[in-house]
Design a protein around this ligand. Structure first.
Ligand SMILES: [Zn+2]
Length: 128
């Protein structure tokens, strides 16, 4: 194999360390969020019978929001975990777009270290 043909993710060791740390932080944060939303959803269920009609609607709205947040957090956590797995199993693959194999770019990875797609593929996925 020729060295020039290996696709590199263009990340140096310092950048990798930063991104790995960001992924670990994100995992802890999301797991926290999920624990908390689970607790508050339970509380709403328990309190419902004691609430009046108006506050019951409020409580349900809050619960819906909590569930939407929970869903989002769950999806993101899934991506974070698979990014971490990829990082462990094949560090050179981390930072490459799952779809087109081009480097995702450090700037984008700093914002979303768990992203499996480069900005181009992300946009075309969202447009479909
Ligand atoms: Zn791509």
């Amino acid at each position: 194999m020729q060295v020039g043909q290996i696709i590199m993710n263009n990340l140096d060791q310092a950048q990798r360390d930063l991104l790995l740390q960001a992924l670990e932080d994100l995992r802890a944060l999301l797991e926290d969020t999920l624990t908390q939303t689970a607790v508050s959803a339970d509380t709403v269920m328990l309190d419902q019978q004691r609430l009046g009609r108006v506050s019951r609607v409020d409580a349900l709205q809050q619960q819906n929001m909590a569930q939407a947040n929970e869903h989002q957090a769950r999806q993101r956590l899934k991506q974070v975990l698979s990014a971490l797995r990829l990082y462990e199993e094949d560090p050179d693959e981390y930072g490459l777009c799952r779809s087109c194999d081009n480097p995702i770019g450090f700037a984008r990875l700093q914002v979303r270290p768990e992203t499996p797609l480069c900005i181009k593929c992300q946009q075309s996925a969202e447009n479909n």
